[in-house]
Design a protein around this ligand. Sequence first.
Ligand code: AMP
Length: 397
Amino acid sequence: MDILVINCGSSSLKYQLIDMEGEKVLAKGLVERIGIEGSRIKHEPINAEKVVIEEPIQDHKKALKMVVEAIVSKEHGVIESMNQITAVGHRVVHGGEDFSKSVIITDKVMEALEKNIELAPLHNPPNITGIEACKAIMPDVPMVAVFDTAFHQTIPEENYIYAIPYEYYEKYKIRRYGFHGTSHKYVAFRTAEILGRDLKDLNIVTCHLGNGASITAIKSGVSIDTSMGFTPLEGLAMGTRSGNIDPAIIPFLMKKENMSCDEVNDVLNKESGVLGVSGISSDFRDLEDEAAKGNKRAQLALNLFANRVKKYIAAYIAELGRVDAIVFTAGVGENSPLIRKMVCDGLNFIGVSIDNELNDVKGKERIISSEDSKVKVLIVPTNEELMIARETMELVK
Ligand code: AMP
Protein backbone atom coordinates (compact mmCIF):
# COMPACT_ATOMS: atom_id res chain seq x y z
CA MET A 1 0.00 0.00 0.00
CA ASP A 2 1.59 3.31 -1.16
CA ILE A 3 0.48 6.48 0.59
CA LEU A 4 1.21 9.97 -0.68
CA VAL A 5 1.68 12.52 2.11
CA ILE A 6 1.12 16.17 1.23
CA ASN A 7 1.99 19.26 3.25
CA CYS A 8 0.90 22.44 1.48
CA GLY A 9 2.07 25.94 2.33
CA SER A 10 0.99 29.13 0.58
CA SER A 11 3.75 28.91 -2.04
CA SER A 12 5.21 25.46 -1.37
CA LEU A 13 4.22 21.80 -1.40
CA LYS A 14 6.18 19.08 0.38
CA TYR A 15 5.51 15.45 -0.41
CA GLN A 16 6.55 11.91 0.43
CA LEU A 17 5.45 8.67 -1.14
CA ILE A 18 5.65 5.91 1.48
CA ASP A 19 5.36 2.18 0.89
CA MET A 20 3.59 1.09 4.07
CA GLU A 21 4.99 -2.42 3.84
CA GLY A 22 8.19 -1.77 5.74
CA GLU A 23 7.31 1.95 5.98
CA LYS A 24 9.82 2.80 3.28
CA VAL A 25 10.05 6.27 1.71
CA LEU A 26 10.00 5.70 -2.07
CA ALA A 27 10.35 9.37 -3.00
CA LYS A 28 10.17 12.76 -1.40
CA GLY A 29 10.41 16.29 -2.59
CA LEU A 30 9.46 19.91 -2.49
CA VAL A 31 7.75 22.25 -4.93
CA GLU A 32 8.87 25.81 -4.23
CA ARG A 33 7.81 29.31 -5.27
CA ILE A 34 4.37 28.26 -6.52
CA GLY A 35 2.81 31.27 -8.27
CA ILE A 36 6.11 33.19 -8.03
CA GLU A 37 8.91 33.61 -10.57
CA GLY A 38 11.59 30.92 -10.34
CA SER A 39 9.31 28.03 -9.37
CA ARG A 40 10.78 24.53 -9.32
CA ILE A 41 10.33 21.00 -8.09
CA LYS A 42 13.08 19.12 -6.25
CA HIS A 43 12.40 15.41 -6.46
CA GLU A 44 14.40 12.78 -4.56
CA PRO A 45 13.63 9.22 -5.61
CA ILE A 46 14.94 6.33 -3.52
CA ASN A 47 18.07 4.77 -5.07
CA ALA A 48 18.56 7.52 -7.66
CA GLU A 49 19.94 11.01 -8.04
CA LYS A 50 17.92 14.03 -6.95
CA VAL A 51 16.42 16.00 -9.84
CA VAL A 52 15.44 19.66 -10.03
CA ILE A 53 12.96 20.73 -12.69
CA GLU A 54 12.52 24.47 -13.15
CA GLU A 55 9.42 25.72 -14.94
CA PRO A 56 6.54 28.10 -14.31
CA ILE A 57 4.16 26.59 -11.73
CA GLN A 58 1.22 28.94 -11.51
CA ASP A 59 -0.84 27.15 -8.86
CA HIS A 60 -1.06 24.14 -6.52
CA LYS A 61 -2.94 22.08 -9.11
CA LYS A 62 -0.01 22.37 -11.52
CA ALA A 63 2.39 21.65 -8.63
CA LEU A 64 0.58 18.46 -7.76
CA LYS A 65 0.42 17.40 -11.40
CA MET A 66 4.20 17.74 -11.54
CA VAL A 67 4.59 15.73 -8.32
CA VAL A 68 2.53 12.87 -9.77
CA GLU A 69 4.42 13.06 -13.08
CA ALA A 70 7.75 12.92 -11.22
CA ILE A 71 6.62 9.94 -9.14
CA VAL A 72 5.49 7.89 -12.18
CA SER A 73 8.03 9.19 -14.71
CA LYS A 74 10.15 6.70 -16.68
CA GLU A 75 13.45 8.45 -15.81
CA HIS A 76 13.10 9.22 -12.11
CA GLY A 77 9.80 7.65 -11.10
CA VAL A 78 9.35 5.10 -8.33
CA ILE A 79 5.97 3.57 -9.27
CA GLU A 80 4.48 2.65 -12.63
CA SER A 81 1.16 4.41 -12.49
CA MET A 82 -0.87 6.78 -10.38
CA ASN A 83 -3.27 3.91 -9.65
CA GLN A 84 -0.69 2.50 -7.25
CA ILE A 85 -1.33 5.40 -4.85
CA THR A 86 -3.85 3.92 -2.42
CA ALA A 87 -4.60 7.12 -0.51
CA VAL A 88 -3.39 10.65 0.17
CA GLY A 89 -2.76 11.99 3.67
CA HIS A 90 -2.91 15.77 4.03
CA ARG A 91 -1.38 17.73 6.86
CA VAL A 92 -3.95 20.28 8.05
CA VAL A 93 -2.88 22.79 10.68
CA HIS A 94 -6.13 23.66 12.43
CA GLY A 95 -9.05 21.37 13.10
CA GLY A 96 -10.54 23.61 15.81
CA GLU A 97 -12.87 21.77 18.16
CA ASP A 98 -14.38 19.84 15.26
CA PHE A 99 -11.64 17.24 14.93
CA SER A 100 -10.06 15.23 17.71
CA LYS A 101 -8.86 12.58 15.25
CA SER A 102 -7.78 12.27 11.65
CA VAL A 103 -10.71 11.90 9.22
CA ILE A 104 -11.52 10.77 5.70
CA ILE A 105 -12.13 13.93 3.70
CA THR A 106 -15.78 14.38 2.67
CA ASP A 107 -17.77 17.46 1.61
CA LYS A 108 -18.81 17.90 5.23
CA VAL A 109 -15.17 17.85 6.37
CA MET A 110 -14.33 20.46 3.72
CA GLU A 111 -17.10 22.70 5.12
CA ALA A 112 -15.66 22.37 8.62
CA LEU A 113 -12.16 23.20 7.30
CA GLU A 114 -13.53 26.35 5.65
CA LYS A 115 -15.19 27.30 8.93
CA ASN A 116 -11.87 26.95 10.76
CA ILE A 117 -10.05 29.36 8.41
CA GLU A 118 -10.62 32.21 10.85
CA LEU A 119 -8.65 30.28 13.49
CA ALA A 120 -5.65 29.74 11.17
CA PRO A 121 -5.91 32.34 8.39
CA LEU A 122 -2.34 31.79 7.19
CA HIS A 123 -2.24 28.00 7.31
CA ASN A 124 -5.64 26.47 6.60
CA PRO A 125 -6.26 28.14 3.19
CA PRO A 126 -3.18 26.57 1.53
CA ASN A 127 -4.03 23.22 3.18
CA ILE A 128 -7.52 23.43 1.63
CA THR A 129 -6.04 24.46 -1.73
CA GLY A 130 -3.81 21.37 -1.62
CA ILE A 131 -6.75 19.07 -0.94
CA GLU A 132 -8.73 20.63 -3.79
CA ALA A 133 -5.81 20.27 -6.18
CA CYS A 134 -5.51 16.61 -5.22
CA LYS A 135 -9.22 16.03 -5.72
CA ALA A 136 -8.95 17.50 -9.22
CA ILE A 137 -5.98 15.33 -10.18
CA MET A 138 -6.94 12.09 -8.38
CA PRO A 139 -10.72 12.21 -8.00
CA ASP A 140 -11.09 8.54 -7.06
CA VAL A 141 -8.33 8.28 -4.48
CA PRO A 142 -9.46 8.46 -0.82
CA MET A 143 -7.98 11.32 1.16
CA VAL A 144 -7.42 11.85 4.84
CA ALA A 145 -6.88 15.05 6.84
CA VAL A 146 -4.42 14.81 9.73
CA PHE A 147 -4.58 17.81 12.05
CA ASP A 148 -1.79 19.46 14.07
CA THR A 149 -4.35 20.30 16.74
CA ALA A 150 -6.18 16.96 17.02
CA PHE A 151 -3.82 15.25 19.48
CA HIS A 152 -4.37 18.08 21.98
CA GLN A 153 -8.17 17.87 22.01
CA THR A 154 -7.87 15.67 25.12
CA ILE A 155 -6.49 18.58 27.19
CA PRO A 156 -8.80 19.21 30.17
CA GLU A 157 -10.89 22.36 30.38
CA GLU A 158 -8.83 23.97 33.15
CA ASN A 159 -5.80 23.81 30.86
CA TYR A 160 -7.46 25.05 27.68
CA ILE A 161 -9.65 27.87 29.00
CA TYR A 162 -7.93 31.26 29.27
CA ALA A 163 -8.68 33.46 32.27
CA ILE A 164 -10.56 36.04 30.22
CA PRO A 165 -14.37 36.47 30.12
CA TYR A 166 -15.86 33.07 29.33
CA GLU A 167 -18.13 34.60 26.69
CA TYR A 168 -15.10 34.99 24.35
CA TYR A 169 -14.69 31.23 24.39
CA GLU A 170 -18.40 30.81 23.66
CA LYS A 171 -18.51 33.51 20.97
CA TYR A 172 -15.16 33.09 19.24
CA LYS A 173 -13.81 29.74 20.48
CA ILE A 174 -10.79 31.49 22.00
CA ARG A 175 -9.04 28.68 23.88
CA ARG A 176 -5.80 26.72 23.87
CA TYR A 177 -5.63 24.39 20.86
CA GLY A 178 -1.95 23.47 20.76
CA PHE A 179 0.06 22.54 17.66
CA HIS A 180 2.79 20.10 16.52
CA GLY A 181 0.35 17.38 17.68
CA THR A 182 1.43 14.87 15.03
CA SER A 183 5.05 15.23 16.12
CA HIS A 184 4.35 14.97 19.87
CA LYS A 185 2.21 11.89 19.25
CA TYR A 186 4.82 10.22 17.03
CA VAL A 187 7.70 10.70 19.49
CA ALA A 188 5.58 9.54 22.44
CA PHE A 189 4.66 6.32 20.59
CA ARG A 190 8.27 5.78 19.58
CA THR A 191 9.49 6.43 23.14
CA ALA A 192 7.27 3.64 24.45
CA GLU A 193 8.65 1.32 21.76
CA ILE A 194 12.28 2.24 22.55
CA LEU A 195 11.74 1.75 26.29
CA GLY A 196 9.85 -1.50 25.69
CA ARG A 197 6.97 -0.20 27.80
CA ASP A 198 3.25 0.19 27.25
CA LEU A 199 2.45 3.82 26.43
CA LYS A 200 -0.55 3.55 28.77
CA ASP A 201 1.85 3.17 31.73
CA LEU A 202 4.04 6.15 30.87
CA ASN A 203 4.10 9.83 31.79
CA ILE A 204 6.16 11.71 29.18
CA VAL A 205 7.18 15.31 28.53
CA THR A 206 7.89 15.81 24.82
CA CYS A 207 9.96 18.82 23.72
CA HIS A 208 9.56 19.74 20.05
CA LEU A 209 12.31 22.34 19.72
CA GLY A 210 12.64 23.62 16.16
CA ASN A 211 12.18 27.00 14.61
CA GLY A 212 8.72 26.74 16.13
CA ALA A 213 8.83 25.09 19.55
CA SER A 214 6.36 23.52 21.93
CA ILE A 215 6.30 21.20 24.93
CA THR A 216 3.57 18.68 25.77
CA ALA A 217 2.66 16.73 28.90
CA ILE A 218 1.48 13.24 27.91
CA LYS A 219 -0.23 10.90 30.36
CA SER A 220 -1.01 7.36 29.20
CA GLY A 221 -0.54 8.41 25.58
CA VAL A 222 -2.91 11.37 25.90
CA SER A 223 -2.01 15.08 25.77
CA ILE A 224 -3.01 16.83 29.00
CA ASP A 225 -1.26 20.17 28.46
CA THR A 226 0.80 21.89 25.79
CA SER A 227 2.65 25.19 25.58
CA MET A 228 1.29 26.58 22.30
CA GLY A 229 -2.15 28.05 22.62
CA PHE A 230 -4.85 29.75 20.58
CA THR A 231 -2.09 30.28 18.02
CA PRO A 232 1.48 28.96 17.72
CA LEU A 233 2.76 32.20 19.31
CA GLU A 234 2.29 31.16 22.94
CA GLY A 235 4.74 29.35 25.19
CA LEU A 236 8.47 28.97 24.59
CA ALA A 237 10.68 31.61 23.03
CA MET A 238 11.24 30.41 19.45
CA GLY A 239 13.35 31.26 16.40
CA THR A 240 11.44 34.46 15.65
CA ARG A 241 8.35 34.18 17.90
CA SER A 242 8.21 35.78 21.33
CA GLY A 243 6.31 33.04 23.15
CA ASN A 244 4.85 34.23 26.46
CA ILE A 245 5.05 37.93 27.21
CA ASP A 246 3.04 40.17 29.50
CA PRO A 247 -0.03 40.93 27.32
CA ALA A 248 0.09 44.56 28.52
CA ILE A 249 3.26 45.01 26.41
CA ILE A 250 1.08 44.96 23.29
CA PRO A 251 -1.02 48.11 23.94
CA PHE A 252 2.09 49.77 25.44
CA LEU A 253 4.06 49.20 22.22
CA MET A 254 1.13 50.22 20.04
CA LYS A 255 1.04 53.58 21.82
CA LYS A 256 4.78 54.19 22.14
CA GLU A 257 5.78 53.08 18.65
CA ASN A 258 2.56 54.17 16.99
CA MET A 259 2.10 50.66 15.65
CA SER A 260 -1.04 49.03 14.32
CA CYS A 261 -2.32 45.76 15.69
CA ASP A 262 -1.00 43.91 12.60
CA GLU A 263 2.41 45.53 12.98
CA VAL A 264 2.76 44.40 16.61
CA ASN A 265 1.58 40.96 15.58
CA ASP A 266 4.34 40.87 12.94
CA VAL A 267 6.99 41.96 15.47
CA LEU A 268 5.93 39.21 17.89
CA ASN A 269 5.83 36.52 15.18
CA LYS A 270 8.71 37.47 12.91
CA GLU A 271 11.18 39.71 14.75
CA SER A 272 11.17 38.33 18.28
CA GLY A 273 12.32 35.09 19.94
CA VAL A 274 16.04 34.31 19.89
CA LEU A 275 16.43 36.49 16.77
CA GLY A 276 14.98 39.51 18.55
CA VAL A 277 17.03 39.00 21.72
CA SER A 278 20.35 38.24 20.01
CA GLY A 279 19.95 40.64 17.10
CA ILE A 280 21.95 38.04 15.15
CA SER A 281 19.96 35.08 13.89
CA SER A 282 17.03 32.76 14.49
CA ASP A 283 19.27 29.80 13.74
CA PHE A 284 20.68 28.12 16.84
CA ARG A 285 23.85 27.10 15.00
CA ASP A 286 24.71 30.79 14.47
CA LEU A 287 23.86 31.62 18.07
CA GLU A 288 26.00 28.80 19.45
CA ASP A 289 28.94 29.90 17.26
CA GLU A 290 28.60 33.54 18.30
CA ALA A 291 28.14 32.73 21.98
CA ALA A 292 31.29 30.60 21.88
CA LYS A 293 33.14 33.66 20.56
CA GLY A 294 31.89 35.66 23.54
CA ASN A 295 28.86 37.44 22.10
CA LYS A 296 26.77 38.28 25.17
CA ARG A 297 23.41 38.71 23.48
CA ALA A 298 23.75 35.40 21.65
CA GLN A 299 24.50 33.79 25.03
CA LEU A 300 21.54 35.61 26.59
CA ALA A 301 19.21 34.28 23.85
CA LEU A 302 20.42 30.70 24.45
CA ASN A 303 20.12 31.05 28.24
CA LEU A 304 16.63 32.52 27.96
CA PHE A 305 15.51 29.77 25.55
CA ALA A 306 16.91 26.88 27.63
CA ASN A 307 15.58 28.33 30.87
CA ARG A 308 12.07 28.56 29.53
CA VAL A 309 12.21 24.98 28.25
CA LYS A 310 13.36 23.87 31.71
CA LYS A 311 10.55 25.78 33.46
CA TYR A 312 7.90 24.24 31.21
CA ILE A 313 9.29 20.73 31.78
CA ALA A 314 9.24 21.25 35.55
CA ALA A 315 5.70 22.66 35.46
CA TYR A 316 4.48 19.75 33.36
CA ILE A 317 6.11 17.22 35.69
CA ALA A 318 4.12 18.87 38.49
CA GLU A 319 0.95 18.43 36.43
CA LEU A 320 1.75 14.82 35.57
CA GLY A 321 2.65 14.03 39.18
CA ARG A 322 5.48 11.77 37.98
CA VAL A 323 7.62 11.61 34.86
CA ASP A 324 9.14 8.56 33.22
CA ALA A 325 10.71 10.17 30.16
CA ILE A 326 11.72 13.54 28.72
CA VAL A 327 12.04 13.51 24.95
CA PHE A 328 13.85 15.94 22.65
CA THR A 329 12.88 16.27 19.00
CA ALA A 330 12.92 18.64 15.94
CA GLY A 331 15.85 20.72 14.59
CA VAL A 332 17.25 22.01 17.87
CA GLY A 333 16.07 19.15 20.08
CA GLU A 334 17.64 16.54 17.80
CA ASN A 335 20.82 18.41 16.90
CA SER A 336 21.95 20.58 19.79
CA PRO A 337 23.84 18.78 22.57
CA LEU A 338 24.41 22.20 24.15
CA ILE A 339 20.73 23.10 24.54
CA ARG A 340 19.86 19.60 25.78
CA LYS A 341 22.62 19.87 28.37
CA MET A 342 21.60 23.36 29.48
CA VAL A 343 18.01 22.16 29.96
CA CYS A 344 18.79 18.87 31.68
CA ASP A 345 21.50 20.19 34.01
CA GLY A 346 18.84 22.44 35.49
CA LEU A 347 16.67 19.43 36.23
CA ASN A 348 19.14 17.47 38.38
CA PHE A 349 17.01 18.22 41.42
CA ILE A 350 14.25 15.93 40.16
CA GLY A 351 16.65 13.12 39.33
CA VAL A 352 17.35 13.97 35.68
CA SER A 353 20.93 13.23 34.71
CA ILE A 354 22.33 12.91 31.20
CA ASP A 355 25.48 11.13 30.06
CA ASN A 356 27.67 13.71 28.31
CA GLU A 357 29.09 11.17 25.88
CA LEU A 358 25.69 9.82 24.90
CA ASN A 359 24.42 13.39 24.55
CA ASP A 360 27.23 14.26 22.14
CA VAL A 361 25.25 13.30 19.05
CA LYS A 362 23.19 14.91 16.28
CA GLY A 363 19.99 13.57 14.78
CA LYS A 364 20.26 10.04 16.19
CA GLU A 365 17.56 8.17 18.04
CA ARG A 366 18.98 7.20 21.42
CA ILE A 367 18.63 7.25 25.18
CA ILE A 368 20.98 9.92 26.57
CA SER A 369 20.24 9.68 30.31
CA SER A 370 22.93 8.23 32.56
CA GLU A 371 22.50 4.79 34.17
CA ASP A 372 21.53 6.30 37.52
CA SER A 373 19.08 8.89 36.16
CA LYS A 374 15.63 8.48 37.70
CA VAL A 375 14.08 9.80 34.50
CA LYS A 376 14.89 8.50 31.01
CA VAL A 377 15.98 11.23 28.59
CA LEU A 378 15.76 10.48 24.88
CA ILE A 379 16.41 11.96 21.47
CA VAL A 380 13.72 10.81 19.05
CA PRO A 381 13.93 12.35 15.56
CA THR A 382 10.40 13.30 14.62
CA ASN A 383 8.67 11.87 11.57
CA GLU A 384 5.40 13.67 10.98
CA GLU A 385 5.09 12.31 7.43
CA LEU A 386 5.21 8.71 8.63
CA MET A 387 2.63 9.46 11.34
CA ILE A 388 0.34 11.04 8.71
CA ALA A 389 0.84 8.00 6.44
CA ARG A 390 0.04 5.60 9.31
CA GLU A 391 -3.14 7.45 10.26
CA THR A 392 -4.17 7.60 6.60
CA MET A 393 -3.64 3.87 6.19
CA GLU A 394 -5.63 3.08 9.34
CA LEU A 395 -8.61 5.02 8.03
CA VAL A 396 -8.67 3.72 4.46
CA LYS A 397 -7.72 0.11 5.21
P1 AMP B 1 12.98 22.67 12.46
O1 AMP B 1 12.02 23.83 12.54
O2 AMP B 1 12.58 21.51 13.27
O3 AMP B 1 13.34 22.32 11.03
O4 AMP B 1 14.35 23.21 13.11
C1 AMP B 1 15.12 24.18 12.48
C2 AMP B 1 16.13 24.73 13.45
O5 AMP B 1 16.96 23.68 13.98
C3 AMP B 1 17.11 25.68 12.78
O6 AMP B 1 16.62 26.99 12.78
C4 AMP B 1 18.32 25.57 13.65
O7 AMP B 1 18.27 26.61 14.61
C5 AMP B 1 18.20 24.26 14.40
N1 AMP B 1 19.33 23.38 14.13
C6 AMP B 1 19.51 22.56 13.08
N2 AMP B 1 20.69 21.91 13.18
C7 AMP B 1 21.28 22.34 14.33
C8 AMP B 1 22.51 22.06 15.00
N3 AMP B 1 23.40 21.21 14.49
N4 AMP B 1 22.76 22.71 16.17
C9 AMP B 1 21.88 23.58 16.67
N5 AMP B 1 20.70 23.88 16.09
C10 AMP B 1 20.40 23.28 14.94
